[in-house]
Design a protein around this ligand. Structure first.
Ligand SMILES: NC(=O)c1ccc[n+]([C@@H]2O[C@H](COP(=O)([O-])OP(=O)(O)OC[C@H]3O[C@@H](n4cnc5c(N)ncnc54)[C@H](OP(=O)(O)O)[C@@H]3O)[C@@H](O)[C@H]2O)c1
Length: 331
């Protein structure tokens, strides 16, 4: 009996040691933090898209903590209100607002901007955070493949419609959530809408490459205006982003994959740090067209430096979103 008991004690202490090591490893994997607690955002007006959960919610938390007036641009108003209440309770900042903006509908984006402009005559920071990953093939209201439509096209229209306010409020900033996945991305110029063939991973990677090319082209167009635009990779973060990936949501994964992956994932708070850095760090006031990860500049993939491709994508995006004409034309 005493041998059995000592084996149990040994077993338990091994489990304890393993759990301790995993927690230590997780701590090390959280990445750089935006440490500038002295940097305030009092009175600054900020929009964060897709902020009812994950990285977006923690970004709003960080901004509200620093005194910003934050507009949460979300599609699910019940979820948004729940998140807003958490943020107001935690930060004691009442200036956090929920506004409807479904990036899979260009009409919804236009309506959001129209409403926003009746409420505010300035915009200091726009954070294009919302994203969808590896969903089954589906289309936006205007017929754009969903990942390209939400991650790039919806934000393309939103940003362009808000440029006048951003310019009036300069120095002002735009932050675009891209991903390290852009390094595997290709812009499929022959079949941008994935009509002939759809691979959910490739469509996500294409949309995240589009985010970096958009940032590059926009930075050029904004030269001399006092408005900057930078892209970020938040790290690999434990959020709802994998909701469409069956394997990661199964009981098999909960038991056998997640415990091993967990120590390597950032928390949503850690995932928000580079967005906060790009939005607020005073050293970045004149920095534009860059890509940051872990609160530091990083190089982008070769295909993300292709100026001709960035211009081509810009022209197609203008047409598909009807940015100039008001009429979307997807082809
Ligand atoms: N997590 C990571 O490891 C990781 C890595 C690299 C880059 N990123 C990028 O970081 C950003 C934030 O992702 P996350 O990890 O925080 O994911 P998340 O927890 O799934 O949050 C995504 C947010 O986007 C919103 N959204 C989705 N479709 C939308 C639409 N049509 N209109 C408006 N909002 C919409 C979601 O709203 P609902 O709740 O209503 O769906 C949610 O608020 C994304 O752009 C993602 O690509 C994440």
């Amino acid at each position: 009996m005493s041998i059995f008991r000592s084996k149990v004690v040994l077993g338990l202490s091994a489990v304890g040691t393993l759990a301790g090591c995993a927690a230590l490893l997780k701590d090390c994997m959280q990445g750089a933090r935006f440490e500038r607690k002295d940097v305030r955002a009092d009175g600054k007006v900020v929009i964060v898209t897709g902020s009812n959960t994950g990285i977006g919610k923690e970004t709003v938390m960080g901004l509200a903590n620093r005194g910003a007036h934050v507009y949460m641009a979300c599609r699910d108003m019940a979820k948004c209100e729940e998140a807003r209440q958490d943020i107001v309770l935690e930060t004691k900042n009442p200036n956090v607002y929920c506004r409807e903006c479904d990036l899979s509908s260009l009409q919804s984006v236009r309506k959001f901007v129209q409403q926003f402009k009746t409420e505010q005559n300035r915009l200091d920071v726009l954070i294009n955070n919302a994203g969808v990953m590896r969903c089954p093939r589906s289309l936006t209201a205007e017929g754009i493949e969903l990942q390209l439509g939400v991650n790039h096209m919806g934000h393309f229209l939103l940003t362009n419609l808000l440029l006048d306010l951003l310019k009036l409020s300069a120095p002002s900033r735009i932050v675009v959530l891209s991903s390290i996945a852009h390094t595997r991305g290709k812009i499929n110029a022959e079949d941008l809408n994935s009509t002939k063939k759809y691979d959910s991973a490739e469509a996500y990677e294409q949309s995240k490459l589009a985010n970096v090319l958009f940032t590059r082209e926009l930075a050029k167009r904004l030269e001399g205006t006092g408005v900057t635009v930078n892209a970020v990779h938040p790290g690999i973060v434990d959020t709802e982003l994998m909701r469409h990936m069956g394997l990661f949501n199964s009981w098999f994964s909960s038991l056998l994959i997640k415990p091993f992956v967990w120590p390597f994932l950032k928390s949503p708070i850690s995932g928000a740090q580079t967005s906060l850095y790009a939005a607020l760090d005073p050293s970045l006031e004149k920095v534009s067209g860059q890509y940051f990860s872990d609160c530091a500049p990083k190089d982008v993939a070769e295909q993300a430096k292709d100026d001709k491709l960035a211009k081509w994508l810009w022209a197609v995006s203008e047409k598909w979103t009807g940015t100039l004409t008001g009429t979307a034309a997807v082809s």
